[in-house]
Design a protein around this ligand. Structure first.
Ligand code: FES
Ligand code: FES
Length: 158
């Protein structure tokens, strides 16, 4: 049970919906998403802010949700993979990911897709260098080359 002295109430938005949660202020956003809000697309990898499996967009920056405590989320807008598209209306990045058959095991892919979406918002026509510099996620299956191809394809799809 949480120590009552560390409980905070935080109001923020996730994929366009407002949430007001009372929980331990140190609880990582990743836990909030998966355990409190039932949004399980965002994955746990290293738990240390290194691999990017837990990436989400907070306002207009990519954040490692395993390392972002709830107490910093007041008033923020969080976007997860679930907020990007639906099976009926996929986001252009998701369309490109399917076209280029990017995933292998798939575990790391939500983090890559979220990072790619944010990159394309800031830089609609990124170079390979832009991609390598801004997407620092790790993939044990080595999908990096297909990730690059899919980002260029998504840029063409607009
Ligand atoms: S699980 Fe968060 S960066 Fe690896
Ligand atoms: S697709 Fe398997 S870890 Fe990236």
């Amino acid at each position: 049970m949480a120590d009552p002295s560390t409980l905070v109430q935080v109001t923020f938005r996730v994929n366009g919906a407002a949430h007001s949660l009372t929980a331990d202020g140190d609880m990582p956003l990743l836990w909030v998403l998966r355990e409190r809000l039932g949004l399980r697309a965002t994955k746990f990898g290293c738990g240390k802010g290194l691999c990017g499996a837990c990436s989400v967009i907070v306002d207009d920056e990519v954040a490692r949700s395993c390392s972002l405590p709830l107490r910093f989320l007041g008033g923020k807008e969080v976007t997860t993979l679930e907020g990007l598209g639906t099976p009926e209306r996929p986001h252009p990045v998701q369309v490109a990911w399917i076209q280029e058959q990017v995933p292998q095991c798939g575990y790391c892919q939500p983090g890559f897709i979220v990072a790619a979406v944010n990159l394309l918002r800031k830089k609609p026509r990124p170079t390979d260098d832009d991609i390598d510099r801004s997407i620092t996620n790790l993939c044990r299956c080595g999908t990096y080359e297909r990730v690059r191809r899919a980002i260029h394809a998504a840029a063409r799809l607009g």
